[in-house]
Design a protein around this ligand. Structure first.
Ligand SMILES: [Zn+2]
Length: 383
């Protein structure tokens, strides 16, 4: 059976649900008809004219990028609008585009886990949790329909805890109600007497972003026209997604060696940093892309170094103590460099899950920025 673009979307969103993306983001299918077949795909960090040419030359039906093509509103698909023109050319070439951005940033084994792996970190965990992401759903169901409702809730993604699914808790009791005129009760009659029914209270944990589909699944499986349920916000962390990553090097090394490691692993000869070159690095926090806002999280977790990108001049000051010495090494090897492994993990994941499609990693370096390294300079901040 052929693989459709929708099959690709479904498998990607199993790993990185679109609902877990930031509210300002624009993830998902940007161009294309999900019912079309795909036999060859191309993975790139960014959608650029060079990537489009590459896609056309190797004959793909789908491009998957990390960064969204359509981010700010586009008001025309004409040659004088760089983003709109790319959209037009994709459509003309019959090539679909799917973007998996901040939902892959926060996914387990996503962007930051890939970066941590590239730097040789072990025991990789999330650096921070995504707060206020979980709710508890308690629904009251007559015993006859309890299994059907439980099954439906689980299918919609409720009750997933760590490596377990279909997690729920059930207690029994008596539900009472009086059907008013105009109702269509499962038990009793409209305008009739007070009814007492043996009901079960089923409790499940639900990620907040998944609530609409879980509530719909609950209503579809429930026999009542008016379903009684409660929602409670939960304080505990949502463990299936999180911010950045933290881990340890197999053995400690001085910052000078760690910088060489970063430079080599991420293929950037110039790495900006704050830190003492002799300081000992073992515990390392990372965040692929622009992650300077999580610097204090890295300090709180006791990281010796934090590797992220797009660190501004003033952000670098925040890594200093009141005497001007470094509290933690802060390392910026570049946005593209900290996220490039995303191409590898996407190719690996899709090749495993949808092996009938020929998945290709782009040969194009999509970063618009290059680094000039002058041969006679070493570290420019030695004095
Ligand atoms: Zn990025």
């Amino acid at each position: 059976m052929a693989t459709s673009i929708q099959d690709v979307v479904t498998i990607l969103e199993k790993w990185a649900p679109t609902g877990s993306a930031e509210s300002w983001d624009n993830v998902g299918l940007h161009v294309g008809d999900p019912s079309r077949d795909v036999s060859k795909g191309l993975i790139a960090l960014d959608m650029t004219p060079q990537v489009l040419e590459e896609a056309k030359s190797i004959g793909v039906q789908l491009i998957v990028t990390h960064h969204p093509l359509f981010f700010k509103p586009v008001d025309r698909l004409t040659p004088d609008h760089p983003v709109g023109h790319l959209g037009l050319k994709l459509a003309e070439a019959g090539i679909a585009l799917y973007c998996i951005h901040t939902n892959l940033d926060v996914a387990k084994d996503g962007v930051s886990f890939a970066l941590a792996g590239q730097l040789g970190l072990k025991n990789i965990q999330f650096l921070g949790s995504l707060g206020e992401r979980l709710v508890k759903l308690a629904v009251f169901v007559p015993a006859s329909h309890a299994d059907a409702v439980k099954e439906s809730l689980a299918k919609a993604g409720a009750g997933r805890i760590g490596k377990y699914d279909s997690c729920s808790f059930t207690t029994s009791g008596t539900g009472s109600f009086r059907p008013l005129e105009g109702s269509s009760p499962h038990v009793g009659e409209a305008g009739g007497d007070l009814e007492r029914v043996e009901e079960l209270r089923i409790e499940v944990e639900v990620p907040r972003w998944n609530l609409p589909s879980v509530l719909q699944a609950m209503r579809e499986a429930h026999p009542y026209d008016e379903v009684a349920y409660d929602l409670f916000p939960l304080e505990q962390d949502y463990r299936s997604a999180g911010i950045g990553a933290i881990g340890e090097l197999a053995s400690s090394e001085p910052l000078s060696a760690f910088l060489a490691r970063v430079s080599t692993a991420l293929e950037n000869p110039a790495v900006r940093f704050v830190g003492d070159l002799d300081s000992v690095i073992q515990k390392v926090a990372v965040c692929g892309g622009a992650g300077s806002r999580f610097m204090h999280l890295a300090m709180k977790r006791g990281a010796d170094a934090y590797v992220t990108a797009d660190i501004t001049y003033h952000h670098f000051f925040e890594a200093l103590d009141s005497d001007g010495g470094p509290k933690m090494a802060l390392v910026d090897p570049g946005h593209y460099e900290t996220e490039r492994a995303t191409e590898t993990i996407l190719v690996e994941y899709l090749s495993t899950k949808l092996p009938r499609v020929d998945w290709n990693r782009t040969a194009t370096r999509t970063a618009p920025v290059k680094t000039f390294v002058h041969s006679s300079f070493q570290i420019s901040n030695m004095r």
